[in-house]
Design a protein around this ligand. Structure first.
Ligand SMILES: [Ca+2]
Ligand SMILES: [Ca+2]
Ligand SMILES: [Ca+2]
Length: 285
């Protein structure tokens, strides 16, 4: 009897057991977990201690998409740590015992998406002691945030154009522009993606002094700034966002000699006195 069993019921049973195991693991993790608030960039640390073969559980949610590094280091103790990371369904995602051949500390390097929740289980193998556990965010970002690492943006006939993305809530994308004339620079930062993406724009001189900032002077919630420039000087423009919104943008730059925009009257006499640019050219539009 019963010679005609196919394998389907066995597979179904197996899958059901796996799911039950993951959900009971999740319930155990959730019950034991202490929350850790992760930032979009930089590190946060927790410190605690472990008895031999015990563990502490930490729940964390990725604040930005990119890489997240967990480093568990013995703090003056002989703890031989282990790290396990479970996802929000209770499945083991990553684990590490010794970060390097010469270390008993543990390290997990993981790719995360903003909003994903995980559980880290910090354990000790037959050893006890104090430890520090750090969470370091290294989010994906198309353009660096600081003056020192700004992206160079070239002007052609007084115009420049750049594209980029606010990759996380407090992202900032820094551009460096060398003024092609003395006069003024007009910068428009326009969101090009989601309707709720609200741009914010900052301008700095070569020393990093703030020259201006704007939220909504452009169309809709877009940004526009105008400031005086001196030929040959470097200016920094930071694309940013208001209210933590994210999305794609274009940055449009125009430079003008002062007085360049004045219209010549179609009849009569228009004075262009005082419209002499820094290069000695006279512009009458
Ligand atoms: Ca960016
Ligand atoms: Ca950036
Ligand atoms: Ca705005």
């Amino acid at each position: 009897m019963d010679k005609n069993y196919n394998t389907t019921p066995a597979i179904e049973q197996f899958e059901a057991r796996l799911l039950m195991s993951a959900s009971s693991t999740l319930a155990e993790l959730a019950a034991a977990a202490q929350n850790v608030e992760i930032h979009t960039t930089g590190s946060v640390s927790v410190s605690s201690d472990l008895a031999a073969n015990s563990s502490n559980v930490y729940k964390f949610t990725a604040a930005a998409t990119g890489y997240l590094y967990l480093d568990m280091q013995a703090n003056g103790s002989s703890l031989d740590s282990t790290l396990k990371v479970y996802n929000n369904s209770g499945y083991l995602y990553y684990q590490n015992d010794n970060a390097t051949r010469n270390s008993k500390d543990s390290r997990v390097s993981m790719y995360v998406r903003a909003g994903d929740t995980y559980y880290a289980v910090a354990g000790g193998k037959d050893t006890a002691g104090l430890y520090d556990l750090s969470f370091t965010s290294n989010p994906y970002d198309d353009i660096a945030n600081t003056l020192a690492s700004a992206r160079k943006l070239s002007l052609y006939r007084g115009s420049g154009l750049a594209y980029g993305q606010m990759n996380y809530s407090d992202d900032q994308d820094m551009f460096a522009v060398v003024a092609d004339k003395s006069g003024r620079m007009i910068v428009n930062l326009n969101g090009t993606s989601w309707a709720n993406f609200n741009t914010e724009l900052f301008a700095y001189d070569a020393q990093g002094n703030l020259l201006g900032q704007d939220d909504d002077s452009g169309s809709s919630t877009n940004s526009q700034l105008t400031f005086d420039i001196v030929k040959g000087q470097t200016y920094y423009l930071a694309a940013a966002s208001a209210n933590g919104t994210v999305g794609w943008y274009t940055m449009n730059i125009q430079t003008q000699f002062v007085g360049e925009e004045i219209q010549v009257a179609s009849t009569g006499t228009t004075s262009i006195g005082g419209l002499v640019g820094a290069e000695g050219k006279i512009y009458s539009s």
